[in-house]
Every structure is written in C-alpha cells, then in structure tokens.
Design a protein around this ligand. Structure first.
Ligand SMILES: [Zn+2]
Length: 82
C-alpha cells in the first residue's frame, strides 16, 4: 500500500514537471528538448547507438554549456523527462 502511494505520487510529480517544462518552453509536445534548465539553447546529440553501424537506434540530447543529459531518444520517441 505504501509502495503504491509512493508510485502514484511519483507519477503525479513527473506529470507536473512535464507540464511546467512545456509551459516554460523547455520541451516540445513530443518531449523534444528545446533548452536546458540552465537556460542554454545550444544542445547536441551524444552517446549514439547504431545498429549495423548506420541505423540510429538511440541517442542522448546534451546541453553544450553544462553537459547535462536532457533526454534520451530511442526507436523514434523521446522519453518523458524525469
Ligand atoms: Zn545546461
């Protein structure tokens, strides 16, 4: 029971987070990172993972200024920011 409650609070917080991040223009509708929480808009892709060396499967989006990983893209979708 305690665990369930903790999980639902966690889910609620992530939803709130995502709502505010969208509201303030940090992420797009599909969770594409637009700018870093440090305010920098220069982002770069890193940690690319390729299948057979040329089919892109996964990568991270990183802030060029502070180096924070903003989101992870895999198989066509962005993960929900946590
Ligand atoms: Zn940053």
């Amino acid at each position: 029971m305690k665990y369930k409650l903790a999980r639902s609070i966690e889910k609620f917080c992530i939803k709130c987070d995502v709502f505010f991040l969208k509201l303030f223009g940090y992420i797009d509708k599909d969770y594409t990172p637009i700018k870093c929480t440090c305010g920098n808009k220069e982002l770069e892709d890193c940690n690319q993972d390729y299948l057979d060396g040329h089919i892109l499967l996964e990568y991270d989006c990183r802030c060029k200024k502070c180096g924070k990983i903003l989101n992870h893209w895999a198989y066509g979708y962005w993960e929900i920011w946590q």
